[in-house]
Design a protein around this ligand. Structure first.
Ligand SMILES: Nc1ncnc2c1ncn2[C@@H]1O[C@H](COP(=O)(O)OP(=O)(O)OP(=O)(O)O)[C@@H](O)[C@H]1O
Length: 266
């Protein structure tokens, strides 16, 4: 369980979060969305306890693992030394994370010489050294190659059955793929807190490039080369493809034109 009750917070005299309230009782992945500077990182910092709020109450049951955006790794240590150091402080066995986060080849490298993605892998390894009840993950897949990003998403999805995970991301496709709930923060205030399914189902827009004029066959309109169709459910794509194939129309391309989550940030 995690609850924020009329929490205001900021830096110096500047208030960044204004009366933020929400309660999380169910396990799952809560995607925290918002424009740059909206207050996502500040929200996570307040929950993690590294930034004391100006006012309000925070209730947390269980321990918290925090993947910070700006976590300072010990630059002079090697990857291996840093993992041993973290495990002495917070517990856990480095051997359990070395393979999981593909750190084998960089164990002897100094942290100061790592790429951004390698640093991210190490920061993730630190968070997953130990088992927590609540995970706060600030852009966990940023700077990762697509293979590792996909593995991290799978790991997070499998964990989410028994954990509360708050996840910030600017990747709306990723958010849609793995999120159970979406929390939108707009200029320091919560503007939406909803199951992601309800948002997914609202509208789905695809564009089709094909060998024939589709306006005589389907409901929609042309935008450039693409015939654009609004669907209520992504599964409707299947019947459209079948219909076009039945008419011997060649489909060159089908793409998603707009992600419904985008609308939440406007
Ligand atoms: N250490 C700090 N000192 C002063 N102001 C800060 C500090 N950190 C953040 N801010 C300000 O607080 C506001 C919210 O920042 P925050 O990092 O929480 O936003 P965010 O939603 O995580 O943004 P982004 O998507 O760009 O990472 C911004 O206006 C930012 O300039």
């Amino acid at each position: 369980m995690l609850g924020l009750y009329e929490v205001s917070a900021g830096y110096g005299k500047t208030e960044v979060l204004h009366d933020v309230s929400f309660e999380i009782k169910e396990n799952g992945i809560y995607i925290l969305l918002g424009r740059n500077g909206a207050g996502k990182t500040t929200t996570l910092r307040v929950i993690a306890g590294v930034l004391p709020p100006f006012k309000g109450k925070i209730k947390k049951e269980g321990n918290i693992g925090y993947l910070s955006h700006s976590f300072a790794l010990p630059q002079e240590m090697s990857v291996k030394e840093s993992l041993e150091f973290f495990s002495q402080i917070i517990g856990g066995d480095p051997n359990n994370v070395i393979g999981r986060f593909h750190l084998e080849d960089i164990l002897d490298k100094r942290i100061s010489s790592l790429s951004q993605g390698q640093k991210k892998k190490l920061s993730l390894a630190k968070v997953f050294l130990k088992d927590y009840n609540i995970y706060l993950l600030d852009e966990p897949t940023e700077n990762l190659d697509p293979i590792l990003a996909s593995e991290i998403r799978k790991l997070i999805v499998s964990l989410s059955k028994s954990k509360i995970i708050i996840y910030t991301s600017h990747n709306l496709y990723e958010a849609r793929e793995i999120g159970n709930y979406v929390i939108v923060i707009d200029k320091g205030s919560i503007s939406l807190f909803k199951p992601i399914n309800e948002i997914k189902l609202r509208e789905y827009t695809i564009g089709i490039r094909a060998s024939e004029d589709l306006s005589k066959i389907l409901k929609g309109k042309y935008q450039g080369d693409y015939f654009v169709i609004n669907l209520n459910d992504p599964a409707e794509v299947n019947s459209i493809i079948q219909e076009l194939m039945r008419r011997n129309i060649n489909i060159f391309e089908i793409k998603e034109m707009r992600n419904p989550l985008e609308d939440l940030l406007r």
